[in-house]
Ligand binder design. Structure first.
Ligand SMILES: [Zn+2]
Length: 262
């Protein structure tokens, strides 16, 4: 289980005030065990953390981390608009402060604004106080900028522990990771084809696909989206926010219960 977590975790790209990179975390089993105290199935059963939200409808949640970026985010927003796609942006508070106009545009165009910490540290290497600060500073800046208080949180590089979950719950945040069967790896610029294959392979209703609207170096994500968006649209998928996926699931549940009784 630990190796799987490590394999899919992203490596450090942004400045981390109190974290070592996930590469180092993944290198030692004891470190990984500390980062992930319980198996994925446990967190899924409690609903504390979500990786995807299986639903009956043909809907997909596209998610973008590490922005806003003045160049890449704007182009991604243009593209999403073209395909009537709503996405979820997991935003770094520090960057939101630098580029509030982009966060405002995201909110105005119906995308979901979500918390991705202030400085992007690996939280399992931070003190409880630092974790709390990273989350609350970002909540405040996003609420101020977008006019809506985020309800979703994604820990940098996907690493969390009990303290992280405690802090997110205290802020009314749900922790969202991503569908592991969509390894886009776009942060590492692995080639447009790799990103496209990662997104389009084994698509299931309610998948949450991970992308980045900021990467170190020239992005390949936008070129990949130019192929991914038309293909999934053609296949009948609609692009919704993660909160919309969760609402869809909640609406489906009563029907499922009724079905079970019949
Ligand atoms: Zn990130």
């Amino acid at each position: 289980m630990n190796t799987r977590w490590g394999r899919w975790a992203k490596r450090s790209r942004a400045a981390a005030v109190c974290g070592l990179s996930a590469f180092l975390l993944a290198a030692g089993a004891s470190d990984a065990a500390q980062a992930v105290p319980k198996p994925r199935s446990y967190y899924e059963s409690t609903g504390e953390v979500i990786w995807e939200v299986p639903v009956g409808e043909k809907v997909i949640a596209l998610t973008f981390d590490d922005g806003p970026d003045p160049k890449d985010t704007s182009q991604i927003l243009d593209l999403l608009q073209q395909y009537h796609a709503k996405a979820t942006f997991f935003i770094m508070g520090r960057k939101a402060k630098e580029h509030p106009e982009i966060v405002k545009r995201e909110a105005l165009e119906g995308h979901e604004i979500a918390n991705h910490t202030y400085t992007h540290p690996v939280l399992v290497r931070c003190s409880a106080k630092q974790i709390q600060e990273e989350i609350s500073k970002t909540q405040n800046i996003l609420a101020e900028t977008a006019g809506v208080r985020p309800v979703l949180f994604r820990p940098p590089e996907g690493f969390f522990d009990a303290r992280v979950l405690e802090a997110t719950k205290a802020h009314g945040l749900k922790t969202v990771l991503w569908s592991w069967h969509h390894p886009t790896d776009d942060w590492s610029r692995p080639g447009v084809g790799h990103i496209v294959r990662g997104a389009l392979g084994d698509v299931r209703n309610g998948d949450i696909i991970l992308f980045h609207d900021y990467v170190h170096g020239p992005t390949q994500t936008i070129a990949a989206l130019r192929q991914i968006l038309p293909k999934l649209t053609e296949d009948g998928y609609r692009f919704v926010t993660v909160s919309e996926l969760l609402r869809d699931k909640a609406q489906e549940n009563p029907a499922e219960r009724m079905g079970a009784q019949q």
